[in-house]
Write a protein that binds this ligand. Structure first.
Ligand SMILES: *Cc1c(COP(=O)(O)O)cnc(C)c1O
Length: 948
């Protein structure tokens, strides 16, 4: 052939990156489904009545190179100054080996929440290290595996205190020295529950008999370090609970909350190696005394054993959680901050107790030097005892000094009109301390021997921490790197196999999208830095918000919520404020279909709403008659409904407009759970079908990785009439739901880059292919499994429910057995028992190529054949590959007395021969773990014991 220019575009979205099947594969798949074209499939699947009229138009899609160029230009508009602002966000040095091997490593960041323990042992161990670190440093009995941020952790602690306190008093006391964003978020949570918040000086204003609990900040926002022991005692006498929000680094030097008698400790682990990121993400912690462990919100990693009696980790006490207990759950927490908790735990593993203590001492030394310098200039510096934060009296010179510091490249914090707070951290250099002195008018050099410490003598820490061997490894980077690699290798993440979890949208997290996350222009920004230093962020947030509005049909967006569940809370609170503003604050009923995600009822309960369940019809759709009947029954009380679209049954219901109309007629507002937006983008818009509010899970539809259980972002979109009721600014406004204006700002570039690289057409194509992939799986599996629900045209939306219940009767095979057998085949199981008990919900997403879909289908068909062999008597009913799954390398050696072969056990269809994924443990015993609850690293000798 003579030379000719090709029209193949190597940078085109359709050929590269986000769309799994090639055009040729799509043709084959369409033929298998039995439809003519992709558009014909969409027409037959998505009801005409809900289709959007105009295509999404975002201009030409950008190539990776162009998008990174644009992001660079945007990032440069952020100005990274030295931050001495404090208030819960500090400069910290991320050890490069942790940055590269954890934060930038898809083996860690593309993993899912560790619900399937056998394929999650690596991150479960890292999270157990996190819990051990937190409970050691706080001196508390038990810690959870992270919460979203310090302010929401404090709000959760208030809710815990309310549940657990024997005091009937109606109020909760909050130390005026708490961070302002914490006070704001606690107030937001308290209001719908009728909890009165009393803010004051705990040493003069706290009346223990008038409160069911109190929150203290340690050290306080302006540096005070106080012993709360006597206050805790008084609270306990009044049967009230004490919560201490403590700085994790300070605790290496100071008496712990546990030693003060506190019931709950909360805080942030950001300064353990996690960049500030303009507000996040970072992992908050919560720890409590043993008495309250069953009331704890969020995830808890525990130790159990596997089928061989070997030690194995798993999530413990899940019966507290929203996915099981719904409106009676201890919280609505689903996505938390697993990846950042892993980073913080590795920081502690990396530095060990000696290193952490040395870092804390250096920070303190810098603070003392700073104070001495300012005192030598004649300034009055408080408090007398402090850890890292000072408060300087400036009189009328506050503004002048603040400006001079800015000119020196340092952000300080104005307090009132005549003081300045200065917080020191791991990053601050000597020259930067000198720069601050210059701003105060002094030209001194930092020199001389270490000064006398100014920590409070009576609060010096005397107890040990981080004594477990994991925190005492050889400090060579070789060992550290191998430890992180070893843990990563135990887990199955998206970098190895498709994770077909229905409702979770485990799609590709493209590398180009991830790169900006670790750029210092995004990472090094304090959330309360002056607005003119955050212009890059502001520009990105504005454009991303605008695009999300165009995608969803809403008019305004709040970027605060750090997860979908937080978005639900923010959304229902917005609805609540709207009703109150119209004099209809008495509305208190929330209609929720029985098929709803557990976060929906759990959230409704948090805003004080009564959850009224609505039935489903036999075909899975909302029973509109029942919906109407409930709306009539609660006439005048309906505040909202919470529906999911397409439904959690994986169907585009024809009746969605009707359900919205009934809600509006009843005076309620529609909350449309946007978790399934991946089936809608470019095709239909929630705002057009009658919804008033939705959250958009950026960690599902918009490519933020799941991180093994967080981070996430759940911004909400609202119609214009609700815009004025959105959450206010965490510092200056009211009704904040998170500690930072833009939530976890530093991961927003991921979603923005995704949208820019796809363009409107690419996003729409992704939606169509997501629907294609799901229908292809349905077509391939329908001969062997019943597909529970389908829409009018016989098609599913972007996910499908496989009915595995008949296998229980015919072969004694449970949904658990199928899930564990899939591990042998090299897959993460689909979503189990949601929304239908005993079934599997499969969501392939558009990212998966045909070969991977086929591998999954082959595995599912082989599993059905194994069940058939049991039915036919060719395999034993009790002792078969399904019951024995997952199999490990241990099963390849030693005695083998099972009635099936090792070959059959370990290499079922779908499993790779060379690249086989080996689960590190056999099936984990859930019940044992809950009966013998251990949530910190077990002592080293018990490892040897367990292995016997
Ligand atoms: C994932 C999901 C949520 C909760 O989102 P998180 O970010 O995990 O809090 C809510 N509803 C549905 C249907 C979901 O799939």
């Amino acid at each position: 052939m003579p030379f000719a220019f090709t029209d193949y575009d190597p940078y085109d979205f359709a050929n590269r990156r986000h769309i799994g099947p090639s055009p040729a594969e799509m043709e084959e798949m369409l033929a298998t489904i039995g439809v003519e074209s992709l558009d014909a499939l969409i027409d037959a699947t998505v009801p005409q009545g809900i289709r959007q009229d105009a295509p999404l138009v975002f201009g030409a899609p950008l190539s990776e190179r162009e998008v990174l160029w644009k992001l660079r230009r945007t990032a440069e508009k952020n100005k990274v100054l030295v931050s001495m602002i404090g208030l819960g966000h500090y400069g910290t040095v991320t050890p490069p080996c942790i940055q590269r091997n954890i934060l930038e490593n898809p083996a860690w960041y593309t993993a899912y929440t560790p619900y399937q323990p056998e394929i999650s042992q690596g991150r479960l161990e890292a999270l157990l290290n996190f819990q051990t670190m937190v409970s050691d440093l706080t001196g508390m009995d038990i810690a959870n595996a992270s919460l979203l941020d310090e302010p929401t952790a404090a709000a959760e602690a208030m809710a815990l205190a309310r549940r657990q306190s024997k005091s009937k008093a109606p109020a909760f006391f909050v130390d005026a020295d708490c961070f302002p964003q914490t006070i704001n978020v606690v107030k937001t949570r308290a209001e719908p529950l009728g909890i009165e918040i009393v803010v004051g000086d705990p040493f003069s204003d706290l009346d223990p008999s008038a409160v069911f609990g109190a929150l203290f900040q340690y050290p306080g926002a302006n540096g005070d370090v106080k012993d709360f022991t006597p206050l805790v005692e008084k609270l306990h006498e009044a049967k009230a609970l004490a919560v201490v929000a403590a700085d994790i680094l300070a605790l290496t030097l100071l008496k712990s909350p546990g030693e003060m008698g506190a019931d709950v400790a909360v805080g942030s682990t950001q300064r353990f190696g996690v960049p500030m990121g303009g507000g996040g993400p970072h992992a908050a912690y919560m720890a409590c005394s043993d008495a309250h462990k069953r009331a704890m919100p969020g995830r808890l990693v525990g130790v159990s054993v596997d089928a061989r009696g070997n030690r194995a980790y798993r999530l413990a006490l899940q019966t507290r959680e929203q996915h099981i207990r719904r409106e009676k759950a201890t919280s609505n927490v689903c996505t938390a901050q697993a990846l950042l908790a892993v980073m913080a735990s590795m920081y502690a593993v990396f530095h060990g107790p000696m290193g952490l203590k040395a870092i804390a001492q250096r920070v303190h030394e810098k603070a003392v030097r700073m104070a001495q310098g300012l005192e030598s200039l004649g300034f009055k510096v408080g408090p007398a005892a402090f850890f890292d934060t000072l408060c300087v009296e400036t009189g009328p010179f506050q503004g002048v000094i603040m400006r001079a510091a800015l000119a020196e490249g340092v952000n300080l914090r104005a307090v009132g009109s005549d003081r300045i707070a200065i917080a020191l951290d791991e990053m601050v250099r000597p020259a930067e301390i000198e720069a601050v002195w210059r701003a105060f008018g002094g030209a001194m050099a930092l020199e001389g021997p270490s000064p006398e410490p100014r920590l409070p003598a009576e609060l010096l820490r005397e107890t040990e921490y981080l004594t477990h061997p994991v925190f005492h490894m050889n400090r060579a980077e070789a060992e550290m790197t191998r430890y992180m690699r070893r843990l990563a290798d135990r887990d199955l993440a998206l970098d190895r196999a498709m994770i077909p979890l229905g409702s979770c949208t485990m799609k590709l997290n493209a590398t180009a999208e991830m790169m900006p996350v670790t750029w210092p222009e995004f990472g090094g920004i304090h959330p309360f830095a002056p607005a003119d230093q955050r212009l890059g962020y502001a520009e990105m947030v504005a454009d991303l918000s605008e695009k999300l509005c165009a995608i969803t049909g809403y008019d305004a967006v709040s970027m605060q919520p750090n997860s979908g569940a937080q978005g639900e809370f923010a959304g229902l609170m917005t609805i609540r404020r709207y009703h109150i503003a119209r004099g209809e604050g008495h509305r208190d009923v929330c209609l929720i279909p029985t098929s709803a995600h557990g976060t929906n009822p759990a959230t409704a309960q948090m805003v004080g709403y009564k959850v009224v369940p609505v039935k489903a019809r036999a075909n899975g759709d909302i029973d509109v008659d029942d919906f109407r009947a409930q709306a009539e029954k609660y006439e005048g009380r309906v505040a909202a409904c919470m529906i999911t679209y397409p439904s959690t049954h994986g169907v585009f219901e024809e009746t969605v407009r009707e359900v919205c109309a009934i809600t509006h007629e009843a005076g309620g507002q529609v909350y449309l759970d946007g978790a399934n937006l991946n089936a809608m983008v470019g095709i239909a818009r929630p705002g057009d079908v009658g919804s008033d509010v939705s959250h958009m899970n950026l960690h599902k539809t918009f490519c933020i990785p799941h991180g093994g259980g967080g981070p996430g972002m759940g911004p909400i979109g609202v119609k214009a009439h609700l815009a004025e009721h959105l959450p206010g600014d965490p510092i200056s406004g009211e009704g904040a739901v998170a500690g930072a204006e833009w939530g976890s700002a530093s991961i927003l570039p991921i979603s923005w880059a995704y949208i820019l690289m796809m363009g409107g057409e690419g996003l729409t194509q992704a939606t169509k292919v997501a629907i294609l992939n799901a229908n292809y799986i349905a077509a391939r599996l329908q001969s062997d499994y019943k597909i529970l629900y389908a829409g009018k045209g016989g098609h599913v939306a972007h996910e499908l429910i496989l009915d595995t219940r008949p296998l229980a009767d015919s072969a004694g095979v449970t949904v658990d057995d199928v899930a564990k057998r899939l591990i042998d085949c090299g897959f993460h199981a689909p979503t189990m028992s949601f929304p239908v008990a005993g079934c599997l919900m499969v969501e392939p997403t558009e990212s998966e190529p045909k070969a991977e879909l086929d591998r999954f289908c082959d595995a599912m068909l082989a599993i059905r054949a194994e069940a058939q062999a049991i039915e036919d008597g060719d395999l034993d009913r009790e002792d078969n590959p399904l019951k024995g799954a997952p199999h490990t390398v241990e099963d390849l050696v030693g005695d083998w007395n099972r009635p099936y072969s090792r070959e059959q056990a370990c290499y079922p269809p779908g499993a790779f021969r060379v690249d086989k994924y080996w689960a590190p443990v056999n099936r984990v015993d859930n019940v044992f773990g809950d009966r013998n609850l251990v949530c910190t690293c077990p002592p080293m000798e018990s490892y040897a014991e367990a292995a016997e």
